[in-house]
Design a protein around this ligand. Structure first.
Ligand code: C5P
Length: 399
């Protein structure tokens, strides 16, 4: 984020305190922050706090901009690489959608030609109100990036959608925009449905033991997040993992391969399916009670049954997604094995990763994209970047 300039507009909501942490994260990453505090925002955080964290002057009213020629509101907004409204209250978004300019924040939001990102935070009823829905839709049509709020317990004691996402998540969205990721307002995957499987499956042996493959779920979760950012409606069918659900993604948790298969079929029809999960190949006949060591006079017989191949099943499904993508984790002859898998499973692409290194559970991945047209080998990249490129590749293919 080196040298990038963020103009941070802070609206009046209890979540305003989270913008303090956001400033810290941006500063730590080498970005500059200029804060504009609305009158109601100042009821929740003080200009002094913001000035100390941003190490810059904080603007609260049109009349702060004493020298209109040097530091007018137009210049203030146009100097920024990105304008972030956080928290974006229902009131502030209503004004933005209507083009009202009655204070410094709304005036510069109307005067700017810089990309604006709004991070809503409000009570669940307010978020679900038809008026707010209309305003959010209008803002998105106008090219404003409106993030979806998180679901959870609220300061007002209610539960639901409307919480401000955690500062780390907002920071990641800002980074994405500034790194030249495709601008969200173009949302090339809007209206497309995507199903993704991720993580391992657990096949119980008894109530305390199970068979599983090694998989952190990170790559699949990153892909789900990247596709959601491009506007896709993403259903993420996840095995047992300890990961946060990416923003804007609908997650279904499952445990076994059979449950995963049922959840995938339930999520159909879909335009794209990406099966990243490391599904266990076999399941055991599970004992309803814990098998005691020694009771079987040696190791117990597991009596294994082959699990359904979800990917091959989708390839033959009468609702086969138009673009079907499988993954292949290989330790040797990576491309050769993956090519064979493409034919055997009947999918359109195979993303082959070499797992002989530290890919499992690690943050980097080195993949080969295998299609009927040939093989493309990508350099080693963070899983997040692999996800971003893959999402863009999918968007191009569907276009
Ligand atoms: O056969 P293999 O497990 O190597 O194939 C990997 C690909 O097939 C991955 O995309 C994985 O998600 C998918 N798969 C599946 N159901 C299985 C086994 C693998 O969907 N039972």
């Amino acid at each position: 984020m080196n040298g990038k300039r963020i103009l941070l507009v802070i609206g009046g909501g209890i979540a305003a305190y989270k913008s303090c942490e956001l400033i810290r994260l941006i500063r730590k990453a080498g970005g500059d922050v200029t804060c504009v505090l609305t009158r109601s925002g100042a009821e929740f955080v003080t200009p002094m706090t913001l000035a100390a964290l941003s190490e810059a002057e904080v603007y609260t009213s049109l009349w702060d901009l004493k020298n209109e020629t040097e530091m007018g509101h137009i210049q203030l907004s146009r100097e920024a690489d990105l304008i972030v409204v956080c928290p974006a209250t229902a009131d502030l978004m209503a004004k933005m959608a209507a083009g009202i300019a009655d204070d410094l924040a709304t005036t510069l939001l109307l005067a700017t030609d810089t990309q604006v990102m709004a991070v809503p935070a409000m009570n669940v009823r307010m978020w679900e109100h038809e008026a707010t829905k209309r305003n959010v839709a209008q803002l998105r049509t106008d090219g404003v990036i409106v993030l979806n709020p998180d679901e959870g317990a609220m300061a007002c004691g209610e539960y639901g959608e409307g919480r401000l996402p955690e500062p780390e998540a907002v920071f990641a969205e800002i980074e994405d925009r500034l790194s030249g990721a495709s601008p969200e307002h173009s949302q090339p995957l809007l209206g497309k449905r995507v199903v993704i499987t991720a993580g391992p499956t657990h096949e119980p042996i008894d109530p305390v033991r199970y068979i599983a493959n090694r998989s952190s779920g990170r790559q699949g979760f990153a892909i789900a997040g990247a596709l959601a950012r491009l506007g896709a409606a993403v259903s993420l069918i996840s095995g047992p993992v300890s990961l946060e659900t990416p923003r804007g993604v609908k997650r279904v948790d499952v445990e076994t391969a059979l449950e995963m298969e049922a959840a995938v079929n339930k999520a159909l029809p879909a335009d794209v399916a990406i099966l990243v999960a490391a599904v266990a190949d076999w399941r055991a006949e599970a004992s309803p009670r814990k098998i005691k060591k020694g009771e079987t006079g040696g190791p117990p017989e597991l009596n294994l049954t082959e699990n359904p191949d979800i990917l091959a099943g989708l390839a033959a499904h009468d609702q086969r997604p138009g673009l079907l993508i499988g993954f292949a984790a290989e330790t040797d002859k990576v491309v050769g094995h993956a090519k064979a898998k493409l034919d055997r499973k009947g999918c359109d692409w195979i993303i082959a990763n070499d797992v002989s290194g530290d890919v499992m559970g690690g943050t980097n991945n080195s993949v080969h994209v295998i299609t009927a047209q040939g093989v493309e080998s990508w350099e080693q990249l963070p899983k997040r970047e692999v996800a971003r490129r893959l999402a863009e590749r999918i968007a191009e293919t569907l276009a």
